[in-house]
Design a protein around this ligand. Structure first.
Ligand SMILES: [Zn+2]
Length: 238
């Protein structure tokens, strides 16, 4: 059986199409991987910020607690002084002083409670965040591993496909190649289209009967009057 001249072009076009599809897939996989990595990084940064906020809050809390203890000790000290002074005028001043200090102490106690509540609130948030981040990290790691495997497969397929190209180019009538390359710039994935009686496979523009006949002979290339793709005859199976 004689292979029609356009069959070689068709094989080349098929090879190029495969390569374009593989490249697009690789790009898509890489993009997805970067999205996951960026998202993970953003969440990790948020977690680190929250951790720092929690540490800072714990420091604030313990500073308030120290202040509170010191203030309590001071009041105890003044009370001792007062009882030593008996009912003197100085003792009256000291008593007022202690009253003021006691009010301040109450405020300080409230501050300590608020600081503890805030530490607790951030701490709980931090724990929830940590567990969500762990889950996310595990999920993403799994997906990234799958992506890497798929990328590796797809890349080795690309290497095979591009390795086959030179022989396919050699098989094509050289006078077809420059048109093919020009059309391929415009339609990288499908520079060729099957010409059918119903019209162009790609754009569905009707094709004159005479052109159809010439296309099936295959000595010259014809472009679709609609989309400019190179028209190829359908095989018997098609
Ligand atoms: Zn067309």
């Amino acid at each position: 059986m004689v292979t029609p001249p356009y069959q070689a072009l068709r094989a080349l076009a098929e090879n190029d199409r495969k390569f374009v599809i593989l490249s697009a897939r690789q790009e898509e996989l890489t993009k997805r991987k970067n999205t996951l990595l960026n998202h993970l990084k953003t969440e990790q940064d948020k977690f680190t910020t929250l951790q720092a906020q929690h540490a800072h809050q714990l420091q604030t809390q313990s500073a308030r607690e120290v202040q509170l203890r010191q203030e309590e000790e001071r009041i105890v000290e003044r009370r001792k002084q007062m009882s030593n002074m008996g009912g003197s005028k100085g003792a009256k001043y000291l008593e007022r002083d202690i009253d003021t200090a006691a009010r301040a102490l109450q405020q300080l106690e409230e501050q300590v409670i608020r600081a503890m509540e805030e530490s607790d609130r951030i701490g709980k948030h931090l724990e929830a965040f940590r567990s969500a981040l762990d889950d996310m990290g595990a999920r993403y790691a799994k997906e990234i591993e799958e992506i890497n495997q798929n990328l590796e497969l797809s890349r080795s397929e690309s290497i095979i496909v591009s390795g086959e190209r030179a022989a396919l180019v050699d098989a094509v009538n050289p006078k077809f190649l420059s048109l093919y390359d020009r059309v391929r710039k415009r339609f990288p994935a499908d520079p060729v289209a099957i010409a059918r009686e119903e019209g162009c496979e790609s754009c569905h523009r009707s094709i004159p009967k005479q052109t159809l006949n010439l296309v099936s002979v295959g000595d010259t290339l014809y472009q679709c009057p609609g989309c400019n793709r190179i028209l190829l005859a359908a095989t018997e199976a098609e």
